[in-house]
Design a protein around this ligand. Structure first.
Ligand code: TXA
Ligand code: MG
Length: 380
């Protein structure tokens, strides 16, 4: 590595890899150019990265992670949606550390993860009949329910609200970790606040290494976008954040829902903030736009470095464009979109043009994230 002042302007990373028969463990410290001569900050901590088999995680690694949680530390772990940044939801100091590590505004509450109905009863006042029906249909899975909270929960989990958002993740590592710790785990997405959610452990390390005690790496997550958030304390219930469990799927179980969604609802704290923003300017070309995404790429490509995420083929005159191809399919988009945005940032694209998909069957949840990430939206 080169020395001198230039070095300080870049990420500084120290990584030692340790292997022993089946176990892989790495230790990293990362600082964002703040230490003298690029050295890590004094307040950085060692982040232990454990690589696990997603289906049969090593029991000793789960135990070690559970101990970190019970000691008030932070563990990033995979869920079926995105990686979460976990702390003991009953420990106020531990939960506050989540906000510090992410740079998350204190008035944006976090989701609590449970591994059983018994544990759910420790965090909510009442499991309402609607909650009961939704839980038997969709848990474990990507549906978060907002219910009245119990006072024993750490206050900052709810950011001053009388409610808590809770879900049971459909992921072996997440469930085993919660079981082993035997405490509900508060976990927002494990990204620095405002950045795209992490779908790979590498994304978590990019944003948070040196600030968390442990990262459980089990490869890419399956769904790729965050859970649906449903408020069951309002009448009728309201979708605060669309996700893979759709409005139709929910109303099929509990009947009609509020027509207002997400941004339209004042009591949806998370929607006030900038979300999913890569460093580049993002231009979203909606499905029904008059101009094609390719034409928009062509507008910019001679002036700056352009990235393109979409399903249309690039013509030969656009070969210098950084192209990430995703099939025109909601599931494929959900799984790949955040990694694609991060990767084009890494390639220093000044502009990222994204080709929109249809607003149906989970596509609406993907488009919700893209509309929030976009600096400009081109529509009909
Ligand atoms: O899939 C997911 O939900 C991931 C994984 C890790 O489980 N978690 C996640 O958490 O996306 P986070 O904190 O990034 O997003 C939580 C969303 C925010 O929009 C927040 O405002 C909302 O849920 N939320 C949390 N508690 C709430 C509450 N009590 N009332 C209303 N909204 C709440
Ligand atoms: Mg988030």
């Amino acid at each position: 590595m080169k020395g001198g002042p230039i070095r300080a302007a870049f990420f500084y990373r120290l990584s030692i890899e340790r292997r022993s028969h089946q176990r892989r463990e790495r230790r990293t410290f990362t600082s964002h150019s703040s230490g003298p001569e690029g050295q890590p900050n004094k307040n950085l901590i060692e982040t232990i990265i454990k690589t696990l088999d997603p289906d049969r995680p090593e029991a000793s690694a789960i135990q070690a992670a559970a101990k970190v949680i019970l000691d008030g530390g932070l563990v990033a772990f995979p869920t079926e949606t995105v990686y979460g940044l976990g702390a003991d939801a009953m420990n106020e100091r531990a939960v506050r550390r989540i906000f510090e590590a992410k740079g998350r505004p204190a008035d944006n509450p976090v989701i609590v993860h449970v591994s059983s109905r018994e544990m759910l009863a420790r965090v909510v006042v009442e499991i309402t009949p609607a909650a009961r029906r939704l839980i038997s249909t969709f848990w474990p899975g990507p549906l978060t329910l907002v219910l009245e909270r119990r006072p024993e929960l750490a206050g900052s989990v709810s950011a001053g609200l009388s409610t808590v958002a809770v879900r049971m993740p459909a992921n072996t590592i997440a469930l085993e970790l919660i079981k082993a710790a035997d405490t509900p785990i508060a976990a927002p997405s494990a990204n620095a606040s405002g950045r795209p959610s992490p779908t790979k452990a590498e994304h978590v390390a990019e944003d948070l290494s040196g600030q968390i005690e442990m990262l459980l790496d089990a490869g890419p997550t399956q769904i790729g976008i965050e859970s649906t958030v449903l408020d069951l304390t309002s009448d009728p219930p309201a979708i605060l954040r669309p996700g893979w469990i759709t409005r139709e799927m929910i109303s099929g179980v509990i009947g009609s829902l509020s027509a207002a969604e997400g941004e339209a609802l004042a009591h949806s704290p998370g929607t006030r903030y900038q979300h999913y923003n890569p460093k580049a300017r993002v231009i979203l070309v909606e499905r029904d736009a008059r101009r094609s995404a390719i034409d928009v790429v062509r507008d910019f490509k001679s002036e700056m470095k352009v990235g393109f995420i979409g399903y249309s083929q690039l013509e030969p005159d656009l070969k210098e464009v950084e192209y990430i191809s995703i099939e025109d399919d909601a599931e494929k988009y959900a799984r790949a979109i955040y990694a694609a945005l991060r990767s084009l940032d890494e390639k220093k694209a000044a502009i990222i043009v994204v080709e929109g998909i249809a607003d149906a069957g989970g596509g609406d949840a993907v488009m919700d994230r893209l509309r929030r990430a976009a600096t400009t939206i081109i529509s009909a």
